[in-house]
Write a protein that binds this ligand. Sequence first.
Ligand SMILES: [Zn+2]
Length: 311
Amino acid sequence: IEEIERKDIREGDYVIIEKGGDVIPKVVHVITKKRGKDSVITIPPQNCPVCNSKLIRPEGEVAIYCENNTCPAQVKGKIEHFASRGAMDIEGLGKAIIDQFVDYNFLKSYADIYDLHKHKNELIALERFGEQSINNLLSAIEESKNRPFEKVLFALGIRFVGAGAAQKLAHHFKNIDNLLKASEEDIENIHEIGPSISVSIKKFFATSDNLEIINRLRKAGLKFAIESTGETSEALRDFTFVLTGTLEKFTRDEAKEMIQQKGGKVTGSVSKNTSYLVVGENAGSKLDKAEKLGIKILNEDEFLSLIESAK
Ligand SMILES: [Zn+2]
């Protein structure tokens, strides 16, 4: 929108474009000579083209938002995000089906996904769906209840809470109740979680509709806690870890806690007794030494899967 204002781009204009970045061509300037007499200045929309409620442009932001929670376009977008591969990964619940289910009022929020089974016969009766495809969809929905807490947290679609932030929040707070109780300060104390995220989280949880939806998802059996919470094991009893470099997905303290929960030890320097070196960005001399000693080296993802599989 700012770009349109700055360059005074109007409907029907001829423009010079250049290849910018990868795909999207960039408008260099408007050929005003070719502009018709009846051309009018482009005015950003004031109201949502779908639900007609007033649009909001947060201070310091470029984008304009429709903040009506029941706006069909918003509802569809949120459900699409919820079901998407990086979130709840519900196979078969794609954009076209979501559009149709929202239009037919089967889905008003993503919590309704877990009530779809109650409408099985009506869904089968809908045009272009057969019994088999509805059965497949319902079992994919059932299967999505196994997604871990961090995926559920990401799926909620809290603004600014991307997959990485959701993972950090889940590992730090362990369950939704701790996160609900947390102050903005508590949240910002997590490595690389800033005020925009903490403010957005508090705002999300201050909305009763959102709390209601979370309650329904809980009752449906989604995971709102990290599985390993409190359960300690001795699976890593004979293993010694060293951490080095800048860790992105968790802090050193969190990594240490994860290791200790499984009975492992963390030490500060690499020796022949080290079992694993966990490396982040810009790892230095410890990495060199571990390589010389032939010690197993894990990146963050490999470390997390080792922790998960150690039972
Ligand atoms: Zn709207």
